[in-house]
Write a protein that binds this ligand. Structure first.
Ligand SMILES: Nc1nc2c(c(=O)[nH]1)N[C@@H](CN(C=O)c1ccc(C(=O)N[C@@H](CCC(=O)O)C(=O)O)cc1)CN2
Ligand SMILES: NCC(=O)N[C@@H]1O[C@H](COP(=O)([O-])[O-])[C@@H](O)[C@H]1O
Length: 167
């Protein structure tokens, strides 16, 4: 929202979440961005498709969204739905691989690097076309928490720029 508030290429037109207490909804209010909350059942009943068409949304950007997007919704936004994953796919992707679970797996594997992947969204978890990746080193002294800090820094640095490059 900060990045796009003065953009001539696009704007954050709606913030939607299935978690009514998600802090991003508070952030959206400060940027005067409309918000929309929904349940998993409503998503699976097609309520999101209706809302996004009503609001004339062009792109759907997933950031920490933790439910499987139904195929009907992914097909409504062909090559226009983007997700950010906190690892270097195809490593550490798929069901169960989200948030701290990913960084824990990287630590337990003893990997020397991790990173972020920005990809198009299809009907499967984390299997869409990869658009961008950035890596960071992992040392033996790193913990899942310090790994998360490094990954979050990459996300905050690159996600807006990559989205901007797609518009
Ligand atoms: N159709 C798609 N939907 C989603 C994708 C995708 O690529 N295709 N990406 C995810 C984001 N994600 C990884 O980047 C991801 C998020 C959550 C899970 C997961 O295992 N979720 C749990 C439920 C967690 C909860 O309810 O709190 C589960 O399915 O059991 C895996 C990957 C967003 N949607
Ligand atoms: N597989 C999906 C996944 O793990 N997404 C991750 O959830 C976090 C949300 O952080 P935040 O809500 O605290 O900004 C982000 O690190 C994002 O990569």
């Amino acid at each position: 929202m900060e990045f796009f508030k003065s953009s001539s290429k696009g704007k954050v037109a709606l913030v939607a979440s299935n978690k009514p207490d998600a802090y991003v909804l508070e952030r959206a209010k400060k940027f005067n961005v409309p918000t929309f909350t929904f349940s998993k059942k409503e998503m699976e009943a097609g309520l999101i498709e209706e809302k996004l068409k009503q609001e004339k949304i062009d792109w759907v950007i997933l950031a920490g969204f933790l439910l499987k997007i139904p195929e009907s919704l992914t097909r409504s936004f062909p090559d226009r739905m983007v997700n950010i994953h906190p690892a270097l796919l195809p490593k550490y992707g798929g069901k169960g691989m989200y948030g701290a679970h990913v960084h824990q797996a990287v630590k337990e594997a003893g990997d020397k690097e991790t990173g972020i992947t920005i990809h198009l969204v299809n009907e499967h978890y984390d299997e869409g076309k990869i658009i961008f990746q950035a890596a960071t080193s992992v040392s033996a002294e790193d913990t899942p928490e310090t790994i998360a800090e490094k990954v979050h820094a990459l996300e905050h640095r690159y996600f807006p720029q990559v989205i901007d490059s797609l518009l």
